[in-house]
Design a protein around this ligand. Structure first.
Ligand code: MG
Length: 169
């Protein structure tokens, strides 16, 4: 494997674990605010991010490439409103999309078709992540403005259940 592709794939392990950490922080924010449904939604999001990290980890191991685990950054954002959390989530997913695209670009340049095929799942996944984050903002805009709407939205988000990623390595 090309050094650049290797480096970026290894970095992505850390970025996905950071994503999990960030969403745990979001979950913690909503738990403290008494919104268990939102807390559940982000808790499941965190579990998915951990799965993503493990997919990059396993892919490198399967390719007999060295895995180096780095320190995970501290989530350090302060939020003044619930909506700010949701918006930070969307911004973060757009950032992750840019990271996946960067790896894909490096793999493409090196004609590393196996890595490109591995990344295809993540390209699609990022589309879904951005859609989910956008939908949540839209719902919050529509229904989050009054206590009754927020209560119902919180109930809806409480129903989200974890499912393992469809990609198996
Ligand atoms: Mg992810």
């Amino acid at each position: 494997m090309n050094t650049k592709v290797h480096e970026l794939l290894n970095r992505q392990i850390n970025k996905e674990f950071y994503s999990a950490y960030l969403y745990l922080d979001f979950s913690n924010y909503f738990k403290a605010a008494g919104l268990d449904g939102f807390a559940n939604w982000y808790m499941i999001q965190a579990q998915e991010e951990r799965d993503h990290a493990m997919l990059f980890y396993t892919y490198l191991q399967n390719e007999s490439m060295k895995v180096t685990l780095e320190a995970i950054d501290k989530p350090d954002k302060e939020f003044a409103a619930h909506m700010e959390v949701l918006e930070a989530g969307l911004e973060h997913e757009k950032y992750v999309t840019s990271l996946i695209n960067e790896i894909y670009g490096a793999a493409y340049e090196d004609r590393d078709f196996r890595t490109m095929q591995f990344l295809d799942w993540f390209v699609k996944e990022q589309g879904e992540e951005e859609t989910n984050a956008n939908d949540l903002i839209t719902k919050m805009e529509l229904f989050g403005g009054d206590a009754r709407g927020l209560y119902l939205l919180n109930q809806e988000l409480a129903a989200r259940v974890y499912s393992a990623p469809s990609l198996v390595l």
